[in-house]
Design a protein around this ligand. Structure first.
Ligand SMILES: NC(=O)c1ccc[n+]([C@@H]2O[C@H](COP(=O)([O-])OP(=O)(O)OC[C@H]3O[C@@H](n4cnc5c(N)ncnc54)[C@H](OP(=O)(O)O)[C@@H]3O)[C@@H](O)[C@H]2O)c1
Length: 319
C-alpha cells in the first residue's frame, strides 16, 4: 500500500528502447556532483559519460585508482577518480574519508558496480562474495555518506538491482548462510544480493522520509556488458551467442538509472523499483519491511565485525 503523502513515479514517456542520452536530453546537472561505483565499465561508464555531458561533476569510483583514473580521463567534464573496492570495507572507508577530506558535496550516489554468477563459492571476510560486493560494500558506502547527501536540496540514491532479485532464496535473505557454506548456487547468490539492493533502497526510503534524499532501485534490463564474465562457460557462451538477439545495448541499459538519478519527474520520488524508466512491481519480498529492517541491522553488525575484527588484530597476525 502506498504510504500517505508518498509520491509515485509519474508515467514517463520513455520505454525499453530509450537510451541514457535520450532520457537526459532536457536535463541540466550543472552544479551537481554524482558518485558512481563501477564507473570503469558497462552501464556505469555510460552513466558517467552521459551525466557528465549534462554538467555533473562525477566522482568515478572503481576497484583500483588506476581503473577509476583511466575511466575519468575519458569524459570531457569534471571527473574525480577514487578507488573503492566494494569487497574491501577498508577501501570503502578510505573512499568516504577522501570525499570528506576534499570537501566534496554529493547530490547523488549511483550504486552500480556488481559481480554476477561466480560459479564456485568465493568468500572474503567470512561472507559470500556477491553479498559482500554487491550489497555490503554499497551499504557501508551509502550509510557513511548519508549526512553529506542530506546537505543537498535534491539528493538521489540509485541502487542498480536486477530482475534476478526474484531468484533469491524463497525466504529472501539467508541470514544463517551468509558465508554460503550451507549451500551455494551462483544465480541464487546473485539473486540474493540483488534482492538486498532493492530491500536496502526501500529501507533507506523509509528512514529518509521527510528529508531531501530519495532512494530507489532499478532493473537496467539484460544488457550486453562484461557482467557475464564469471558465469560458467556454458552459460557464458549462451549469453554471448543469444544475448545480442534480445539484450539492450549499453546505451539503453544505462537509461533507467540515469533517468532516476537526473530527471525532474523523479524529484521527491522515493521507495520504488523501476525498469524501462517506469514504476515496476518487484517481487513481494521487496515490500517485506521486517526483512528490510533485519537486513539493515545485520549489515551494520557485519560492517562492525569486519572493520573491528581487523583493527583489533594483534600486529603479528595483521602483518
Ligand atoms: N548487464 C546486465 O544484463 C545486467 C542486468 C541486471 C542488472 N545488472 C547490474 O548492472 C550493474 C552494472 O553491471 P554491468 O552490466 O555494467 O557489468 P560490468 O560491465 O561487468 O560492470 C560491473 C562493474 O562493477 C565493478 N566491480 C565489480 N566488483 C567490484 C568491486 N569489488 N569493487 C568495485 N567495483 C567492482 C566492475 O569493475 P571491474 O571492471 O574492475 O571488474 C565494473 O566496473 C551491476 O550491478 C549488475 O548487477 C546488469
Amino acid at each position: 500500500m502506498l504510504r500517505k503523502g508518498k509520491k509515485k513515479p509519474p508515467k514517463s514517456e520513455f520505454g525499453k528502447d530509450a537510451t541514457a542520452d535520450e532520457v537526459t536530453s532536457l536535463v541540466s546537472l550543472k552544479g551537481k556532483t554524482v558518485l558512481i561505483t563501477g564507473a570503469n565499465s558497462g552501464i556505469g561508464f555510460e552513466s558517467m559519460r552521459v551525466l557528465s555531458k549534462h554538467g555533473a561533476h562525477i566522482v568515478g569510483t572503481a576497484r583500483t585508482f588506476k581503473k577509476a583514473d583511466d575511466a575519468c580521463a575519458c569524459v570531457a567534464g569534471e571527473a574525480t577518480p577514487l578507488a573503492c573496492d566494494l569487497s574491501n570495507l577498508h577501501s570503502v572507508a578510505e573512499c568516504a574519508a577522501e570525499i570528506a577530506e576534499r570537501g566534496i558535496k554529493l547530490d547523488g550516489i549511483m550504486c552500480n558496480a556488481g559481480i554476477m554468477g561466480l560459479h564456485k563459492l568465493q568468500q572474503k571476510d567470512g561472507l559470500e562474495l556477491h553479498f559482500l560486493t554487491n550489497h555490503l560494500g554499497h551499504f557501508y558506502l551509502v550509510t557513511e555518506l548519508l549526512e553529506n547527501l542530506k546537505e543537498s536540496r535534491d539528493a538521489r540514491i540509485v541502487l542498480v538491482s536486477s530482475a534476478a532479485h526474484a531468484r533469491a532464496p524463497k525466504e529472501g535473505i539467508q541470514f544463517e548462510n551468509l558465508t554460503g557454506e550451507k549451500g551455494y548456487s551462483a544465480l541464487r547468490a546473485y539473486g540474493q544480493s540483488k534482492l538486498a539492493n532493492a530491500l536496502f533502497a526501500a529501507e533507506l526510503a523509509r528512514r529518509l522520509e521527510g528529508t531531501s534524499v530519495t532512494a530507489n532501485s532499478v532493473h537496467p534490463g539484460v544488457v550486453m556488458t562484461n557482467i557475464a564474465r564469471n558465469l560458467n562457460p556454458v552459460l557464458r557462451s549462451g549469453f554471448d551467442m543469444f544475448g545480442p538477439r534480445f539484450a539492450k545495448s549499453v546505451q539503453q541499459g544505462a537509461a533507467t538509472q540515469c533517468y532516476v538519478m537526473s530527471h525532474p519527474k523523479m524529484r521527491g520520488v522515493s521507495g520504488f523499483y523501476l525498469a524501462d524508466c517506469n514504476n515496476k512491481k518487484p517481487n513481494k519480498l521487496v515490500r517485506d519491511e521486517a526483512l528490510a529492517k533485519r537486513l539493515w541491522d545485520v549489515s551494520e553488525a557485519e560492517c562492525r565485525r569486519i572493520l573491528g575484527a581487523e583493527e583489533d588484530m594483534p600486529e603479528a597476525e595483521a602483518a
